[in-house]
Design a binder for this molecule. Structure first.
Ligand code: R5P
Length: 292
C-alpha cells in the first residue's frame, strides 16, 4: 500500500539546491559512474594521488628479487598501498579475496626477457577482469618499439572493452629500443596513450622537463619507480614527480627491494599523500626500520 502523502514542502528542502560534485581527477569528469567509482578506489579522493604497489614484474621476468615469495614478502605491505598492480595468476593463487584494496590487473603479456619485449598481446579476457572485480586493466605500450603498432592496438582494444563495462585502462609506457628516456619521448608516448583512450598513464620520471610531460597528458600520470636506487633518491624522485604534476606512483622495485620494504612504502606514502619532504620521509623510513 502506498504511504500516505502527508509530507510538507519542507520535507523536500526545495530551498537547498542539489550539489553537483566535480570529480577530483584530471580529465576524468565526463566518465561514467562506474569508471569514476573504480578510479576513486585507486586514487585517494582526499589527496588526489595513489601509492600503487607494482608487483607484476613476473609476467615477463619471472621471480625477480623481492618477488620470490609474494605471500611472504608482499602481503605484509598491502595495508600501506592504495592499490595493488599484479597478474591474475598471483592474484588468484596468493592474494586473499578479502583484500580491502583495489586491484589493477596486468592484462598484456606474451613476451619474456629472453626475446623481444614488445611482442605482447592482450593476455586476459575482459570477462576475467570483470570476474576478478578489478578497478583497472594495465597494458604495456611500446612507442618506438619493434611492435609499436600491435602494442598500441592492444591498448585500444582493452580501452574499448573497459569502456563497455566501466573499467579504466592504465597504459604503461615502456621505453622503445632506440628512444632516449627524456621528456620529449615521454610527452610523445603518454600523449599517444591518452589520445587513444587510456584513463591513466604510467611513465618514468625524468629530471629535465617532467612537468611538461604531466601538463601535456590530459589524464592522470603515475610514476614508475624503475631500478632500485638508494631510498633517499627514490623518495626525492617520488616527491619531485608529485610536485611536478604526477597523481602518485606505481612503484615496485624501490619498495620491495628495499632492505625494509614496509618502512619504505610508508615513507613513500608520506611523500605522495602528505607532501612530506624527502628528508623527513627518510627519517620516517629510518625510524620505522629500527622497529622490530
Ligand atoms: C614492469 O614492466 C611493470 O610494469 C612494473 O609494474 C613497472 O615497471 C613498475 O615497477 P618498478 O617501480 O619496479 O619500475
Amino acid at each position: 500500500m502506498p504511504e500516505a502523502d502527508d509530507k510538507t514542502a519542507q520535507d523536500y528542502a526545495p530551498q537547498i539546491p542539489q550539489k553537483t560534485e566535480d570529480f577530483f581527477l584530471k580529465g576524468s569528469g565526463a566518465l561514467e559512474w562506474g569508471m569514476k567509482n573504480r578510479l576513486s578506489r585507486i586514487f585517494n579522493p582526499a589527496s588526489g594521488r595513489t601509492v600503487m604497489l607494482a608487483i607484476d614484474h613476473g609476467y615477463f621476468q619471472g621471480p625477480t628479487s623481492g618477488l620470490e615469495r609474494v605471500d611472504l614478502n608482499i602481503l605484509p605491505l598491502v595495508p600501506y598501498a592504495d592499490s595493488l598492480m599484479l597478474t591474475r595468476g598471483i592474484l588468484r593463487s596468493v592474494v586473499p579475496a578479502a583484500l580491502p584494496k583495489s586491484v589493477v590487473l596486468r592484462v598484456s603479456g606474451g613476451a619474456s626477457i629472453l626475446k623481444e619485449l614488445s611482442a605482447e598481446g592482450v593476455a586476459v579476457d575482459i570477462e576475467d577482469s570483470i570476474r576478478l572485480n578489478v578497478c583497472a586493466m594495465a597494458v604495456q605500450v611500446f612507442v618506438g618499439g619493434e611492435h609499436e603498432r600491435d602494442s598500441i592496438l592492444n591498448m585500444t582494444k582493452v580501452v574499448d572493452w573497459g569502456n563497455r563495462y566501466g573499467i579504466p585502462t592504465l597504459a604503461v609506457t615502456a621505453v622503445g629500443k632506440d628512444m632516449k628516456r627524456d621528456a620529449r619521448y615521454f610527452r610523445l608516448a603518454t600523449r599517444i596513450c591518452a589520445e587513444l583512450g587510456a584513463h591513466i598513464v604510467k611513465t618514468y620520471y625524468v629530471e629535465d622537463g617532467f612537468e611538461t610531460v604531466t601538463a601535456a597528458c590530459p589524464v592522470p600520470i603515475v610514476m614508475a619507480g624503475g631500478k632500485k636506487i638508494p631510498e633517499i633518491d627514490a623518495l626525492r624522485m617520488a616527491s619531485k614527480a608529485c610536485l611536478e604534476g604526477a597523481a602518485g606512483v606505481d612503484m615496485g622495485r624501490n619498495i620491495f627491494q628495499s632492505e625494509h620494504p614496509a618502512a619504505m612504502i610508508q615513507a613513500v606514502r608520506a611523500v605522495v599523500h602528505r607532501d612530506e619532504t624527502p628528508e623527513k620521509a627518510l627519517a620516517l623510513y629510518e625510524e620505522l626500520s629500527r622497529q622490530p
